[in-house]
Design a protein around this ligand. Structure first.
Ligand SMILES: *Cc1c(COP(=O)(O)O)cnc(C)c1O
Length: 358
């Protein structure tokens, strides 16, 4: 199998080998040291501001999206959110569930966020901003500098879901002025699913300390307190955290976040150069390096996904909902090579010959 989905993605041999080991007991100085190093490396790679903290939640990315909404906002806030697809819609639903007042900028599929979209919301009494910096469902990456400037001008508290973008695209939390940055283990961290990570600015930590959260598991106060000594309040996904540690250390040893991002960017560019001439249209105004979203012209995108999976052993990522028959996505995160890209491109050309891709 070659996995070109957007998560879970392929892991390195080193990360997979850890998955074959027994999972150790974790209330130990050894595991605390691993977690403290995880925290430091996450902050370095996110370019977190001075005084930042990181919490590791056992739960997929959505758990950290929900924890962010619950812990940093209250019904006294007024939040602006960008809804350009199913992950933006998830923030919409989370605000509803937790009774956080909000308005949303609804974007058509494939459309980028522009200054004109934001202009209507200047000086309108908003206190927070929620965005999925790469809306993975449609493969649209928003301009973080544009959003950061808007938030700074209007004094907004900025929460960035960078779940599929962290490591794949350049992101500088301090320069953008983001207060919360979220990612997940199964995207470009290329580990098994089950852990999500929140990097928190000092201002975010202060908000959390001052908020009452009616939830035990996702109350970040206890995660922050335990994290001071490299521990978590409850049993975490210990094995996955050890895998994340190996992966973060490997990125560091290979030259750091810039080198990793350049590698993913090169893979994406290589793939995009190979699909010229195929009856497929890139359907995003502004792509992340993580994903290429492709629209079919005269055939079912879901059939392409199914035939690639069943007859070629290649997994691309199907779309759900209204775009199931029109769009599939090719991921460039995880342990992939240009040789893998060549195999996928050959298969797509073969589907054209067979009349399946048209
Ligand atoms: C993958 C992803 C998530 C999280 O999804 P989970 O299934 O909960 O891990 C959230 N936001 C974005 C932008 C994503 O790509």
């Amino acid at each position: 199998m070659i996995n070109f989905t957007v998560g879970p993605v392929q892991s390195s041999a080193e990360v997979r080998a850890i998955g074959a080991e027994h999972v150790p007991y974790f209330r130990t100085p050894e595991f605390s040291a691993v977690m403290l190093e995880n925290e430091a490396l996450m902050q370095r790679f996110a370019k977190a501001p001075e005084g930042a903290r990181t919490v590791f939640i056992t739960g997929s990315g959505t758990a950290s999206m929900e924890a962010a909404v619950m812990n940093v906002f209250t019904p006294a806030d007024k939040v602006l959110l960008v809804n350009g697809g199913s992950f933006g819609q998830r923030f919409h639903e989370l605000c509803e569930i937790h009774q956080i007042p909000f308005e949303e900028i609804k974007l058509e599929t494939g459309r980028a966020l522009t200054a004109a979209h934001l202009a209507a919301y200047e000086n309108k009494g908003f206190t927070g901003f929620l965005v999925n910096i790469h809306e993975t469902s449609t493969g649209v990456r928003y301009n973080a500098d544009l959003i950061g400037d808007f938030c700074r001008r209007n004094g907004l508290f900025l929460v960035v879901d960078a779940i599929s973008s962290f490591l794949a695209d350049k992101f500088d939390m301090a320069a953008v002025g983001a207060d919360v940055m979220i990612t997940g283990s199964q995207k470009a961290l290329a580990c098994p699913p089950g852990v999500s990570v929140m990097v928190l600015s000092k201002r975010a930590v202060e908000r959390i300390e001052g908020n009452q959260v009616r939830c035990m598991y996702l109350d970040l106060k206890s995660a922050l307190k335990n994290g001071e000594r490299g521990q978590t309040p409850f049993t975490p996904a210990v094995g996955t955290l050890l895998q994340i540690h190996a992966r973060l250390k490997a990125i560091e040893a290979a030259g750091g976040v810039e080198v990793e991002t350049a590698k993913i960017a090169a893979l994406a560019a290589d793939f995009r150069s190979r699909i010229a001439g195929l009856p497929l249209t890139v359907c995003s105004e502004s792509m992340s390096n993580a994903v290429t979203p492709l629209m079919t012209q005269n055939c079912s995108a879901y059939d392409v996904f199914t035939v690639l999976k069943d007859e070629y052993g290649i997994w691309v990522c199907p779309n759900g909902g209204e775009y199931k028959e029109r769009i599939f996505r090719v991921g460039h995160i995880g342990d992939l090579t240009v040789e893998d890209n060549a195999v996928l491109a050959d298969a797509l050309h073969d589907l054209v010959k067979r009349g399946i891709l048209r």
